[in-house]
Design a protein around this ligand. Structure first.
Ligand code: ADP
Ligand code: ZN
Length: 707
């Protein structure tokens, strides 16, 4: 690995190691080669171009379509002492000119530009006179004409290869599918680039789904109150009206909840978004429009009050939680009503039939996902073409297994039915065959003569549809979209058909409650247990306000947690906290060290308070046992208080323990010989063969060898 790269990682960014593929990607660019990087949200894509841009000579040009993000990234880099700037349409002409001037004079390490700016003749001309270290194309899936983020300007980016053939390029995206990947390679002329595909698993996100028939809002409130009282989160709703009512309702319950949807004025949306970024514990209630271009790392939960319309949407929306890698929840409660509403929206859309069928299938898959009783993560990753060998242990189904029934026979019937009818029909038709519905179409095909005709009368049509959905979601059946949604058997279904595999499906009637007990979220837990956590957050908040940046740009929660655990006492110790580089050490160490020092002093005062109380009772003539009982403390604790009293000269040793001078001398001798300056009493206790108990030893130590 390149030494300079490691040096930047550790001293500028303050991290000790590269994550998974980061090192290889960075080396590829340093070597002057191209890379295509597929990495999930929160995977650490930015470092992949930031570090090689710092290592290589010249300015790194980063093309990003999201203006708000650009601004945030540049701010964050400046906090690290990196010379970064951006160029986009929101700036005035003077600022732009200044930035261009800095660029051409080699004063910038990183420059972020919007694609439409990059492709202008004048800017390209400017680049021709600039020393460039690399081009990074962020959100590279925007080049795909089939995706919903398509940007025509992105297509033009192939000119980078034509006009700057010697400068390495890196294209990055969090979109996983193969079609998009191919399009990126092809359209950006990155055919020779090295491809880096990371796992799309987000292990820190806990997936939980409940079907809330009547009161989804009440379970949302319980969820937030129990697990995320002081956290930032996003609540997604399908309609604007539901956004408004839910936000108002949460506000009434005492949470700082703000609505966000396309019906609000741009200024209101901007204001709410800024509050979400800059203040702590803000909950945004939003339609799915919210999230794109928000790079807040410490979103602790994403809650869905409606069913997302596809697995892709679910993955993307839930993925906004826990970018910082700390524990986060993806929670969902939805009702049958949502499904009907989504289907209506799809039916009413102007899309062509083919398109509608695809959307319909995606919704069915999403529904299937809600019903599975096996590990959610395994199923989610399977959908994206990945395999997770073991159940994850961090989803509702892993944590509290749902009530299930043995669906093996039902599954065999359903699979046989698809098989016998030639794998040419969709769910509804197959259900008709199974329950022997009178139908002309069925008779025309002669399917009323089949052995499977009417073999499923023990269930009704709704139950069968649920069975089919679960079969599809487990990949025992696939939907052939070009063939009008007909169901086909997969390789995996053979074991089930042969009776070699038992299938358990989620029980429809009584859905197991999946709310977890005893697990509070990261923040709430710390807040409840530790005043230092609150003090550190306050310190961060104050610095954020002074620097006019969001708190997470000062330090992430993970860094605060580490400070809490290690309680660094000086700059050197502080510099070892993850996320502390040279620049942040310089700017923030003193404030945090002061906060930590103050906290330690407070704790000492608190300790001396409890000691004083014991001493007072002791002076009033109470026995040690009586003090212990009155104070509801252990007798050993009272002895330790008295030892402190002895040490401070407030109590005399012989008031507490009756020993003659010779005994005291023996113990004194043993203390000097065996406790090796660390004040541990066990070796002394052992050396004296247990003649004196620990309380006695402690009190003598306080008298003869005060700390
Ligand atoms: P992405 O752009 O892929 O969503 P980011 O680049 O924003 O992800 O990184 C996500 C988080 O992980 C950031 O807070 C970043 O500082 C952190 N991070 C990235 N690489 C490392 C690393 N090697 N060690 C520790 N933290 C890292
Ligand atoms: Zn799981």
């Amino acid at each position: 690995m390149d030494e300079t790269a490691l040096d930047y990682l550790q001293n500028t960014f303050g991290y000790s190691d590269f994550r998974l593929q980061q090192g290889d990607i960075i080396q590829t660019l340093i070597d002057g080669d191209d890379a295509v990087v597929l990495m999930p949200t929160g995977g650490g894509k930015s470092l992949c171009y930031q570090i090689p841009a710092l290592v290589r000579e010249g300015t790194g040009i980063i093309i990003s379509p999201l203006i708000a993000l650009m601004h945030d990234q540049v701010m964050a880099l400046q906090q690290l002492g990196i010379k970064a700037a951006f160029l986009n349409s929101t700036q005035d002409a003077r600022t732009s000119r200044q930035t261009e001037d800095d660029l051409i004079n080699g004063r910038l390490q990183l420059l972020y530009v919007a694609p439409e700016r990059l492709t202008t003749g004048s800017f390209l001309n400017l680049l021709k006179h600039t020393r460039i270290s690399l081009f990074a194309i962020d959100e590279a899936h925007c080049v795909s004409q089939w995706g919903h983020d398509f940007r025509p300007d992105y297509i033009q980016l192939s000119l980078l290869h034509e006009q700057f053939p010697d400068i390495p390029r890196i294209a990055l995206t969090a979109t996983a599918d193969e079609a998009t990947r191919k399009e990126i390679k092809h359209r950006l002329q990155l055919d020779d680039a090295r491809l880096f595909i990371s796992s799309f698993d987000r292990p820190n996100i806990c997936y939980r789904i409940t079907e809330a028939q009547s009161n989804a809002k009440a379970s949302l409130l319980r969820f937030i109150q129990n697990e995320h009282e002081n956290d930032a989160g996003i609540v997604y709703c399908l309609s604007r009206k539901k956004v408004e009512t839910t936000a108002a309702w949460l506000k009434e319950k005492g949470f700082n909840a703000l609505p966000y949807h396309a019906g609000l004025g741009a200024d209101v949306r901007e204001k709410h978004q800024q509050q979400f970024l800059k203040e702590e514990a803000v909950i945004i209630v939003a339609t799915i429009a919210f999230g794109m271009g928000i790079d807040k790392p410490d979103v602790r939960f994403v809650a869905h009050l409606n069913l997302p319309k596809s697995m892709e949407a679910y993955y993307q929306e839930t993925g906004r939680a826990g970018r910082d890698g700390q524990a986060a929840d993806a929670w969902m409660a939805f009702g049958l009503q949502d499904v009907i509403m989504l289907k209506q929206l799809m039916a009413d859309s102007n899309a062509d039939e083919q398109h509608k069928r695809v959307e319909h299938h995606k919704l069915e898959t999403m529904l299937g996902f809600t019903e599975i009783t096996s590990c959610r993560r395994q199923s989610l990753l399977t959908y994206f073409g990945e395999t997770l060998e073991q159940p994850c242990g961090n989803c509702d189904n892993c944590l509290s297994p749902a009530e299930t029934w043995d669906a093996s026979v039902a599954a065999q019937k359903a699979l046989s039915c698809a098989h016998r009818t030639g794998q040419r029909f969709g769910v509804n038709y197959l259900v008709d065959v199974l329950i022997a519905k009178e139908s002309e179409r069925l008779q025309q095909f002669g399917h009323d003569k089949l052995s499977v005709y009417g073999i499923g009368k023990e269930y009704d049509a709704k139950q069968w549809r649920s069975i089919f959905r679960q079969l599809i979601s487990r990949n025992l059946l696939t939907v052939d979209l070009e063939g009008h949604g007909s169901l086909r058997l997969t390789e995996q279904c053979r074991a089930v058909l042969r009776g070699e595999e038992t299938l358990f499906f989620r029980k429809e009637s009584k859905r197991a409650k999946t709310q977890r007990k005893g697990r509070k979220s990261y923040n709430t837990e710390k807040a409840a247990n530790n005043q230092l956590w609150e003090a550190l957050r306050n310190c961060r908040k104050q610095l954020a306000e002074e620097n006019n940046v969001p708190p997470f740009m000062i330090f992430h929660d993970a860094a605060l947690a580490e400070m809490m655990e290690r309680q660094p006492a000086n700059r050197e110790q502080f510099s070892r906290i993850s996320g502390v580089g040279e620049s942040k050490l310089e700017k923030f160490a003193d404030a945090f060290l002061h906060t930590i020092g103050e906290h330690i002093d407070n704790e000492k005062t608190a300790v001396s308070d409890t000691v004083s109380e014991t001493l007072l009772l002791f002076r009033n003539g109470l026995t040690i046992d009586a003090i212990a009982e009155q104070r509801k403390l252990n007798a050993n604790t009272i002895y330790s208080h008295l030892a402190s009293g002895i040490e401070q000269g407030e109590v005399k040793l012989d008031e507490v323990i009756a020993l003659d001078q010779q005994e005291i001398n023996v113990i004194h001798e043993a203390l000097l010989s065996f406790n090796e300056n660390d004040r541990k009493l066990k070796p002394v206790f052992d050396a004296l063969d247990g003649t004196y108990d620990y309380n006695t030893l402690r009190c003598v130590q306080a008298a003869v060898l005060p700390a």
